[in-house]
Design a binder for this molecule. Sequence first.
Ligand code: TRP
Length: 370
Amino acid sequence: MKITPWEVSGKIDYNKLIDEFGVRKIDENMFNEIKKHTKEIHFMLKRKVFFAYRDLKWLLDEYKKGNKFFLYTGCGPSGPIHLGHLQIWIFTKWLQDKFNAELWFQFTDDEKFLFKDKSYEEIQKWTYENMLDVIALGFNPKKTHFLINTKHAGLIYPQAIKFAKKITFSTVKAAFGFNDSRNLGEIFYTSMQAVPAILPSVLKNKNIPCLIPLAIDQDPHFRVARDVYLKLGFYKPAIIHGVFLPPLQGIAGKMGNTNSASAIYTTDTPQEVKTKINKYAFSGGQATIEEHRKKGGNPDIDVSFQYLKMMFEPDDKKLEQIEKDYKSGKLLTGELKKYLIDRINAFLKEHQKKREKAKNMIEKFIYKEK
Ligand code: TRP
């Protein structure tokens, strides 16, 4: 397996990642700690879609003492938003609601310009398009602040150089596997992503705890910046790590937008969703109906089942029934796929309406310097 913020491939062993990255597994105790405040446990926690953390115990202890935290996450605007992005943000929205927390949301147009073979103008277009999807998820406009790296450079850059000064090229090389031919912007970039975790503290001139929900491939940025937060006199941000939503082709790697046949986009039509799932979603079912009835399917490697489990079937009882019926052979792959297609299309129908309305709301979300 290979995991950096810019490349995820192979069959991912999350337990091994926990050791390699030095993060902690979310266990029963942590469920209980979270539940004390949220009253219920989100199905994505229960099902280990969010499975690991850094400093979360500390963050919740501070919260108990009345020291509230803010949330920070982000989006690299290089193409259309797919279900994999939404998985992290839907959970982030739940955290915002449960903890009544402010959210700082970073759009890294600089990053995507530097790392992708795309023009600055195209990246700006995606920044706008991606903002619509984030707004459509229903974040509270009064408590959510968008930062666009090149637009808010005057705010971010003075802090970014403080990180940059304390991170060496050799550290970045080791963390990301960069060689000497990487461009200067790529080497500097982690400093930009580190900043929103302290920005509210800088603006209010007091230390405020921060929680970052992210997919685990983003963790290396914060691992590199971790000690610097302390050196600069701030708290280290707490982190909660999500797994990757798999691509349609199978449970290795992550859904991405390098190949439009591996992802479902928020702007896909019902027919496109249907075709993609039917044609590409890897099935854990048997080759023929007779064989399937006899041997049953394997939900663990079945992408459609995994999408239900990770995002589209919050009801534990229904999911259990589906799993049981699929394993026994009572439920066929085609039926499972149809169930998923209907779920995704019902979700996207609403999402696309809200996405249209979001066009009038962008200015409310973009952070305005006082
Ligand atoms: N680099 C991330 C991406 O490519 C975007 C991002 C910026 C981010 N800040 C973040 C993601 C903080 C998670 C948490 O998608």
